[in-house]
Write a new protein. Structure first.
Length: 390
């Protein structure tokens, strides 16, 4: 079997080396991408399993390496950390049969399998659901769900203590002489900071686009950080933007019980005592829900009332984990826009049930689908004709 696998790998490598992308159609290219992606994931899993076996047998020493992971990193052209993670993941999936089956067939990548096994280790019984999520969604969505489950397994006060101890901030100079930054902050401190930064980034990005700018969002984020630090940020960039979801019973009691929540949207669980401390110097908004839905707030027109925006920005009931692009597999949390499911031009209401968050590319794609379906009218005319965009 080993010799046959090696021969097949060499044959595939020869075929791939001779592949001419310009010689295939777009539809054929799509199929090739998807099949090679699955093959690549299956090959990576098989390679990691073989590496683990070679390490167990000490065969890497015959290649002149004392550390099996060092040998794997050299063979794969990867970092030592990536090699160690791959070998640790294939070892961990031994106790996760659903994840292992999806990994060896190429449905999952090693990175996805790593996230699932880590979540399964602290929340047993999660893997089947997480594998299904990984197959139909992107890595960002999977990692968020795995992180949520891992954090939920830690007692809130213990988690908060660990987060406080792990806070840090470092800066250094890189080879270009640029000042590099790296840090970690507890959610009740870090979330409002990044929310203000994101608001200022989006403001600068919108202004730049109007002027025809093509710089990346990361570049605008750097400008936003400087503006905030110098006190020149505007709007939300100079005010705290932090939303804490806490069950009233837990708030009154002082701690959460099974089925109750107390967490910072976009930041994870916090102790009730931390939520209480925030309320002492905050503008408090209350949202009533029955565990299934928030009562609809309707308004005909494009303007979104403050109360409705509060409900929308909480995210889906009952998790209330903030908003992200609703398109399957996207998961973006930045640069989101509120889209009317049934367009206003088609009689749609500005209501809780008729608004969804979409990233800019997916919002534009949805608008074009609505236009093609005749739900938006003829669309904007040439410049200066007086017709407003839909």
């Amino acid at each position: 079997m080993a010799s046959g696998l090696v021969e097949l790998a060499r044959a595939l490598r020869e075929v791939v080396a001779g592949f001419d992308a310009a010689a295939v159609s777009g539809d054929e290219a799509v199929v090739i991408v998807e099949e090679l992606a699955s093959t690549e994931k299956a090959c990576a899993a098989a390679r990691a399993r073989a590496a683990l076996r070679a390490g167990e047998c000490g065969s890497h020493e015959g290649r002149g390496f004392a550390d099996a992971a060092d040998w794997v990193a050299r063979a794969c052209g990867s970092s030592l950390g990536e090699a160690r993670a791959a070998m640790a993941t294939v070892e961990a999936v031994g106790s996760c049969p659903v994840t292992r089956a999806a990994l060896v067939t190429g449905e999952l990548s090693l990175v996805q399998a790593q996230a699932i096994t880590q979540a399964e280790a602290v929340r047993p019984g999660s893997e089947a659901e997480l594998v299904e999520l990984a197959v139909r969604s992107g890595l960002v969505v999977l990692r968020e769900e795995c992180r949520k489950r891992r954090l939920a397994s830690i007692e809130p006060d213990d988690l908060h203590r660990r987060q406080h101890q792990a806070r840090e901030f470092r800066h250094w100079r890189d080879d270009m002489g640029m000042v590099r930054l790296s840090g970690a902050l507890p959610p009740e401190v870090g979330v409002p900071l990044v929310n203000r930064l994101d608001a200022e980034t989006d403001r600068l990005r919108r202004a730049a686009r109007k002027e025809g700018g093509t710089e990346t969002r990361a570049a605008h984020a750097a400008d936003a950080l400087v503006a905030m630090a110098s006190g020149h940020g505007k709007g939300k960039a100079i005010s705290a933007e932090l939303v804490v979801v806490c069950d009233l019973r837990a708030y009154r009691r002082g701690h959460v019980q099974a089925g109750e929540v107390c967490h910072v949207i976009g930041g994870g669980p916090v102790p009730v005592r931390v939520a209480r401390a925030m309320v002492a110097d905050a503008f408090v908004k209350a949202v009533v829900h029955d565990g299934v839905r928030i009562e609809s707030v309707a308004h005909f027109g494009r303007h979104i009332p403050a109360e409705l925006r509060t409900a929308l920005e909480l995210g889906l009931v009952p998790g209330f984990d903030g908003v992200r692009c609703v398109e399957a597999g996207c998961g973006r949390r930045h640069g989101l826009e509120w889209d009317h499911v049934d367009p206003v031009a088609n009689g749609g209401a500005t209501s809780y049930d008729n608004l969804q968050s979409r990233c800019w590319p997916h919002h534009r794609a949805k608008t074009e689908r609505d236009r093609s379906a005749g739900r938006l009218g003829p669309g904007p005319g040439p410049p200066g004709d007086g017709r407003a965009p839909p």
